[in-house]
Design a protein around this ligand. Structure first.
Ligand code: ZN
Length: 100
């Protein structure tokens, strides 16, 4: 597995959140909005580097209909389904520590 890549992506997300937090026009009163904003910024980065619309797992093309509904999608439907299934199993195997 590409643990380094995952850690690097997590750091990228943190950096983006910091950038967004510095932008006074974005409100962080609703936690979900911050996450969506980061996903949108990531999508813009992918557009810039030419990887937008390409599945991060299989490298296949994400169908236009999926991008129309979820423009920030990073995986095709099959890979997203696998990813969510793996995430659910990982969560069951090692419950996330809750800090608040
Ligand atoms: Zn895929």
């Amino acid at each position: 597995m590409a643990r380094g890549k995952t850690a690097s992506r997590a750091k990228q997300r943190q950096d983006m959140l910091r950038e967004l937090a510095a932008d006074e026009t974005i409100s962080f009163s609703a936690g979900g909005c911050a996450s969506r904003a980061v996903e949108a910024v990531e999508a813009l980065h992918r557009m810039r580097d030419g990887t937008y619309g390409k599945c991060v797992d299989c490298g296949g093309k994400i169908p236009a209909a999926r991008l129309h509904v979820k423009p920030e999608a990073t995986r095709c439907i099959a890979c997203q389904s696998d990813y969510e299934s793996r995430a659910a199993h990982a969560e069951l195997a090692a419950p996330v520590r809750r800090t608040a």
